[in-house]
Ligand binder design. Sequence first.
Ligand code: ZN
Ligand code: ZN
Length: 232
Amino acid sequence: MSFRFCPKCGKKEGIFIKGFCENCFLQDNKLLILPDKLQFEFCRKCNKIKVQRHWVEFDSMELLDFVKSKVKSKDFEVQDIEIELEEIDEKNFNALLEVKGLIENNLLSLRGVIKLQFASGTCDSCMKISSDFFEATIQARFEEKNEKQEKVMNEFKLLISEMNKKDPLSRVVKTIKNRKGFDLVLSSNRSAKISSEKLAKKYNSKVIRSFSVVGVDKSGKEKRRYTYCVRF
Ligand SMILES: [Zn+2]
Ligand SMILES: [Zn+2]
């Protein structure tokens, strides 16, 4: 058995790195190179955050992957990074890191912290919505006023919110009730089209589409606002 001891503290057992015991070595050498803080924008309306030009959910992998990509190391072969987010307040979090890796064939687990700071802003989708941007109206019309009306409205809202996961503009901006039924104003034309077609099919009805021209875009193309009317 080879005899070794740490020239700094005299320790004889445990992991030795470059001739020193693990503790003494880590006290004098920084193996992880971490940014002190990372700054992001968050949307005060929908709570999404901007990670490298994309607006994503706070708890998405994009944020964690981005934080991981900022972990650099020296003489240390990183094998795995685990991150836990600790909330300080609404705009400040600590990313608590546990970084596992190899140095001179010794497996070490190192800890580190990166501050995450969030500044409030408005994401692209919410910006479009708040500037009164809307694309389509669903008109649901009924022979008579009964419970069916409420049921159909809930079905529409469910479909629209399901599509919201993939299309952030799929949301009801305005609900207008009138004597013949109700109108739902949506920011997403696609979502208005799909949801009205689905429910028309379910109730053996059909969709009557119409549009009005609301302007011209930069390239000279007509900007249309569609209406999808379904009789139930
Ligand atoms: Zn030592
Ligand atoms: Zn937003």
